[in-house]
Design a protein around this ligand. Structure first.
Ligand code: ZN
Ligand code: ZN
Length: 370
């Protein structure tokens, strides 16, 4: 059996002075990635051991390993716990089960599974109210517990969804690797209450923005979808999935009105600048984390027009199954959002160390590990 390697992140924990509850972006400095050997311990109860087949690079991974020029802290404000010995990152992927821990039922060695990335406790009052994405004791894969940028990974079985007949089907494997970000987009569309006939604007032409565009058009029946994106490659790439694409400058100049805004870029100032163009009963759904402030001058417009602003986090709640059904019956070409596939842990490491390759020349980048 080949030696197993993983991508581990170390960082210096140095909470920002004067901040009462520092977020990740106010706690960790000097992020450093390394390829490390995985020492396999005994498989714990409730866990699956996976040979990872494909993993996906997420914007959160990039933000976790890059620093803000002004503050010197990592950019990601998503919850993360980076212990001194390092954290194996990566939370999107599909793998083949090689061993099954005690107490796990419903899986067999050889099954191919895709992974949700939020471990919800299932018993806090928020979980009991049917809001597992907001679990009070949630742990994020690849952020607060070790993730899947590895040849072999032990993951909680409760995260796994079986992908039938995927073992030798590259398309299904890619779909499996895309289910997590696509489910984030599906939940955002639901939270934004996108309806047939809506005019939808999406800020950001990254993977989440493109999945949101695809779902708005193909599943939710939007009358029009506009993607606003500053990077040329991503604008070109977005064209296939929407009705119009423009740069932020072009968008601010045109005076069109719309029902829904999905903010998947982190450019919160854009929102303040176009808020008066949101129609009556419009919805704004905030997805991208920045740790920053949202300023809206047009508060009277919000009140008069009964506009809602909602946050969206997570993907739990059966969204993987929904998307898998739609993708397997060829109603959703989720795999077409993939623009590059790198091969092996070393290439994954090199790609992560040059994040501009991801942001300027790609949408979704996968890494094939087997
Ligand atoms: Zn992600
Ligand atoms: Zn809970």
């Amino acid at each position: 059996m080949k030696a197993s390697c993983a991508i581990s992140l170390k960082a210096v924990a140095q909470p920002m002075l004067g901040v009462k509850f520092p977020g990740t972006h106010q706690r960790y400095q000097h992020p450093e990635l390394a390829v490390v050997p995985v020492t396999q311990k005994a498989l714990r109860a409730g866990m699956l051991r996976l040979e990872m087949l494909y993993v996906g690079i997420c914007g959160t991974d990039v933000h976790l390993i890059s620093t803000d020029e002004q503050t010197g802290y990592v950019k990601s404000s998503a919850p993360a716990l980076i212990p001194p010995e390092g954290r194996i990152i990566g939370h999107e992927g599909v793998g083949r089960i090689s061993a099954i821990g005690d107490g796990v039922e419903g899986f067999a060695v050889g099954d191919v599974v895709s992974l949700e990335s939020i471990v919800a406790c299932g018993c806090c009052s928020t979980c009991r109210k049917g809001q597992p994405n907001q679990c009070e004791h949630s742990q994020l894969l690849g952020m607060e517990i070790d993730g899947v940028f590895a040849n072999r990974a032990d993951v909680p079985a409760r995260l796994a969804l079986k992908i039938p007949n995927a073992a030798n089907d590259e398309r299904l494997l890619k779909i499996g690797a895309c289910l997590e970000p696509a489910s984030v987009a599906l939940l955002a569309c639901k939270n934004a209450q996108i309806k047939a006939g809506d005019h939808v604007v999406i800020f950001g032409g990254g993977p989440i923005g493109i999945f949101t565009a695809m779902l708005s058009k193909m599943i939710f029946g939007a009358a029009s979808v506009t993607v606003v994106e500053p990077i040329e490659f991503r604008r070109q790439n977005a064209q296939r999935w929407c009705d119009s694409v423009c740069s932020p400058e072009e968008f601010l100049q045109d005076g069109s009105h719309f029902d829904v805004v999905v903010e998947a870029s982190g450019a919160l100032d854009m929102l303040g600048n176009c808020f008066h163009r949101i129609k009556a009963a419009g919805r704004v759904c905030l997805l991208a984390r920045t740790g920053g402030a949202l300023t809206i001058d047009a508060v009277d417009h919000l009140l008069t027009n009964n506009i809602s602003i909602v946050g969206s986090r997570g993907h739990l709640g059966g969204h993987f199954e929904t998307l898998l059904n739609l993708a397997m019956t060829r109603h959703l070409p989720l795999e077409d959002v993939v623009t590059s596939v790198v091969v092996g842990i070393d290439q994954l490491y090199e790609t992560l160390r040059n994040p501009r390759i991801i942001t300027d020349q790609n949408c979704k980048v996968l890494c094939k590990l087997q």
